[in-house]
Design a protein around this ligand. Sequence first.
Ligand code: HT7
Ligand code: ZN
Length: 844
Amino acid sequence: PTTIYLKDYTPFGYLVDSVHLTFDLTPHATRVTSRIAFRPNPNATDRTFFLHGEELTLIRAAIDGGEITPELSDKGLTAITPDAPFIWEAEVEIDPGNNTALEGLYMSNGMYCTQCEAEGFRKITYYPDRPDVMSTFTVRINGDLPVLLSNGNPTAKGEGWAEWTDPWPKPAYLFALVAGDLIAHPGQFTTMSDREVELNLWVRPGDEGKCAFGMEALKKSMKWDEDVYGREYDLDVFNIVAVDDFNMGAMENKGLNIFNSSAVLASPETSTDANFERIEAIIAHEYFHNWTGNRITCRDWFQLCLKEGLTVFRDAQFTSDMRSAPVKRIHDAIDLRSRQFPEDNGPLSHPVRPESFQEINNFYTATVYEKGAEIIGMLKRLVGDEAYAKALDLYFDRHDGQACTIEDWLKVFEDTTDRDLSQFKRWYSQSGTPRIAVAEAWDDGTYTLTLSQRTEPTPGQDDKQPQVIPVAVGLLGPNGDEVRSTEVLELTETEQSFQFTGLAARPVASILRDFSAPVILEQDQTNSERAFLLAHDTDPFNRWQAGRSLAQDTLLRMISDEAAPDADYLDGLLSVLRDGELDPAYRALMLGLPAQSELAATLYERGDTPDPMAIWAAVETLRQATAQHMQDLLPRLHGEAMVDAPYSPDAEQSGKRALGSAALALTSRLDGGAMAADAYANADNMTLQLTALSCLLRARKGEEELAGFYDQWKHDRLVMDKWFGLQVSMASPEATPKTARALTEHPDFNWKNPNRFRAVMGALAMNHAGFHQTDGTGYQLLADWLIRLDPVNPQTTARMCAAFQTWTRYDAGRQDLMRAQLTRIAETPNLSRDTTEMVSRILG
Ligand code: HT7
Ligand code: ZN
């Protein structure tokens, strides 16, 4: 496979002034006719006229009306062109009905839809399929279906046809087309300059009852982007379509967002609070792309973080504003540690702006998205809110309509603040998670904090340079009062000391408040210091972190030394949970424990070999001890969690339910699931129903309820995904691979549907002790299915290979077993480029 390098970027030899496309839709022989106005690009030297094109049958090609015979390859075509503006015409035939890869034009339940990011447009017609080639598009769709949609505004329609015009120049990856028997859930939005926008959420008949929440989320997002970023929507219509077969969450196509139905459809009966929150965030994310991604796009795919990091950052700000900022920040830190840190510190490690790739689809990663967003958070913290707002205004003014780079992005900050961001820029090029070691000294009223940073070598990067790290610090006095409020220290050297003078007594430092940088803090804290911070820290993130550190410390000692659960942890937790003044959602988070895979990572980093069963057993023991320790408080927590109002997925109600669910899970460890059985019988929403069912399954009960759940919900695809996934996540470690295998034999296991495949195989990979059973059956089952899925859907297969990315952490026996499965996948004949690249990077 060919490797593509950032350093090799050159502009395309031609500019595109307009694109006209006509689609004659039939399932197996769709005709696509293109008429494209090209002209030589004055800023380019290479005039090779190469158009990308894959899996296309060329019927006819012409330049300025004269038929030509271009040179064809499996990647595209080359032709001789005039040295002046010209019109390119082509007619191709494609087969959407057999497109199982879900890239390009494909069919899902009888509906035509597209997915063009990153390089799917080349499966629709011949085109310079690269993000720096931008053009207006006019699209005519001929098809015998009631709803025919494309980007932009509707400009004409008749029986069996429709025409759409998108006035905003865009790259081909934002092209979209949908045709099907769909029903609209309508809405309306008046923009800040009083323009009326027609909104529609298009769904399959039967899903009409699941649209209201998504529509409200869209309106809130539109309003928020006006209020906070001054960004107004720029077309007469905004359409969202829900599709069942989709490789990722959703896609921001201009004026026609396409969503995985799991990321947009919701009702209280079928969706959990977590589903609602995720849907609100994804709708916001895709909508925000209209400016950060669509109006200003990426010059090339190496710059992916330009749009994704910024848009994730914006959607996180939105969620903080709509819900609770501390709760959102804690969720983000948990997510980063469980998904991004393993990537950054393993064989798949890559810079936020990668320098090379074979298959760009493999770089839609937690590093590009979430670490990319963290970088923006750090930048904002360093320059301050006001300068950030100014820099963003300048970014939109200066670059509207352009395809940009990270250099363009940083330049607007340099120009607004006069800061030199050359060292800061290392965040984009240097992979790996920086570690900050903490040393403290106290001398006669002066507290000295010495911070030193280091980043371990990562693939292709042996030597690391110091980065600019904003470390937010506050100091607490012995009575728990804050003696120094939060200050952002700028760590730029390998080692740096910071002094705080004039203190009456030695303080307790609260370091990395609000998780001010995506780093690992190495601090030799005593458990009494942690307990002190858990009781007193005024920074909600670090207060939670203190509890987390206590939990981690006790778990590590339980695993390595067979120690008993730590009293500081149990007592500290009890007092926080007793505090009725604290937000229930926050208290629910306090009850969480580090993921078992995270404990494995910490053990490995300490030089120990993690034993997944020992980790699992320690977590079980600690949970049991917590339940016993909190026995008297649990009824009160249940009481506090009672919601005496019609169901709403808002932050207040869902916070209460989160606390109630955590209390129910602990209670089930004491009463054998009696209360959960009751809760299941009385549940009137999916959050409670699923919580109760998971408690029962964990108590090794609930067979009857599981069967009842199936009968109740077998008609609902999204709920059935939960039914499949839950059984695998709740299975005992020994039973996990067997349970997953049995589910793959279930008649409803439609493995070609990415959601259903992920429900089972994703849950298998996430069940740490179950996946890592010593007999290797977990590894083998996953590999069997990845090999089967690869020719059908390479993108989803490749993403799921990441389940093996931590294989070198474990003992020799497990390593042999995982290596054998990875090798078996790698040696499969005709393996896709996507999976080949992933497996070879994982094997190293
Ligand atoms: N920009 C999109 C990323 C994407 C994608 C989405 C759906 C299916 C395939 C895809 N490939 C890339 C989604 C986003 O970040 O908003
Ligand atoms: Zn995005």
